[in-house]
Ligand binder design. Structure first.
Ligand code: ATP
Ligand code: MG
Ligand code: FE
Length: 349
């Protein structure tokens, strides 16, 4: 199966063509990502109205480039997958409408994809990864632990009770005077720092559930950031923040691994989403996985942040099961992953 994927749920306009063979091997034939970071930088965050307008301007060109680079032609496609949510609704509508237009014009099936399901399968891009696995999804808007048994078959074990980890990175980075997006900038600043001198809140550590909380850390670190006087202070604080976030992610994943191991023999922890690009986060999770006898997998950086290859792959896996969406599928600004199956599986409507 060869599927064109479209992603427009936040501040990346992306298109990609992915081939999925019956044995589950996925090959990325092309992946084009246009980041809007420059459009939003002056505002310190994503402005929904600017994002939607930029998606309108970029989607046709980005798609044309992805199609040209893939070299398969529209006749070589078996379907079109577009993110239908969750995300900024103005942006989602652009990619979804464009996907519907391509589907209608070329008489192709449309698959409306949950953006989080895209992140969930991103580890399977370019290499075989068997289901089931335990997934830590850490992005700009989400922080969840999921038991992933297959496409459209996922259970949430835990989620954040306030902010997402990426949000915490971004807000604290802003307080430290760093640009948007804050996560990568904070990681660079932390390189020369030694966080040992700061005692930051340790929310939920050791608690029996698998939930997260970052708002206490965010408030405490932001206050400390405004009191920083030297570059040294800022680097030390950045290191402390990064360590604290990584520790909480590992502690909660530790709980989830223990619960997961009671149900499954295939012990694999996968991390996905933009925050998975952070090297301290990866190393801390890898150590936690090893302690629990879990293998650990983090997708290449390019598949961690938003891209359309993961949407194309999720769409292809759905198509393989015969799950096709209605051509009038609605954009869904909110869309919990547990409900993702219902949209296209008639048996679950
Ligand atoms: P969602 O998928 O929840 O809708 P999103 O798509 O905006 O949100 P992603 O693109 O997956 O999120 O990830 C962006 C987030 O990842 C931002 O919060 C960014 O700061 C964070 N991030 C990216 N690189 C790093 C890094 N090296 N260290 C820490 N955080 C990072
Ligand atoms: Mg983004
Ligand atoms: Fe995302």
């Amino acid at each position: 199966l060869v599927v064109l994927g479209l992603e427009t749920s936040c501040d990346e306009t992306a298109a990609s063509v992915v081939r999925l063979t019956p044995d589950g091997a996925a090959t990325v034939l092309s992946s084009v990502v246009h980041s809007q970071i420059d459009d939003h930088a002056a505002y310190g965050g994503v402005v929904p109205e600017i994002a939607a307008r930029s998606h309108v301007e970029m989607i046709a060109g980005v798609t044309a480039r992805a199609m040209a680079e893939a070299g398969v032609g529209y006749d070589g496609l078996d379907g079109v997958a577009a993110t239908a949510g969750p995300g900024l609704v103005g942006g989602v509508m652009v990619g979804l409408s464009f996907g519907k237009a391509v589907a209608l014009a070329r008489d192709l099936p449309l698959v409306a994809v949950n953006h989080l399901e895209g992140h969930a399968v991103s580890a399977r891009l370019g290499r075989p990864v068997d289901y089931p696995f335990l997934l830590l999804l850490v992005s700009g808007g989400h922080c969840q632990l999921l038991e992933v048994r297959g496409i459209g078959d996922m259970t949430r074990l835990g989620t954040t009770i306030d902010d997402a980890a990426g949000e915490a990175f971004d807000k604290i980075a802003k307080a430290l005077g760093l640009g948007y997006p804050g996560g990568p900038a904070l990681e660079r600043l932390a390189e020369g720092g030694d966080g040992g001198r700061f005692d930051l809140p340790r929310a939920l550590l050791g608690r029996k559930d698998c939930d997260f909380s970052f708002s206490g850390l965010k408030t405490a670190a932001s206050r400390l950031a405004h009191a920083c006087e030297t570059d040294r202070d800022r680097a030390d604080l950045a290191d402390a923040v990064q360590g604290a976030i990584a520790r909480q992610l590992a502690d909660r994943s530790d709980r989830a691994m223990k619960a997961y191991a009671e149900r499954h023999d295939h012990r694999l922890l996968v991390v996905a989403g933009g925050v998975a690009a952070n090297r301290t986060v990866r190393a801390t999770l890898e150590a936690a996985a090893a302690r629990n006898g879990f293998a650990f997998l983090a997708p290449p950086m390019a598949w961690c942040t938003d891209n359309a290859a993961m949407i194309a792959l999720a769409g292809a896996e759905r198509l393989q099961k015969g799950w096709i969406s209605d051509i009038d599928a609605a954009a869904r600004p909110r869309w919990p992953l547990d409900e993702a199956r219902a949209l296209s599986d008639p048996a679950h409507k």
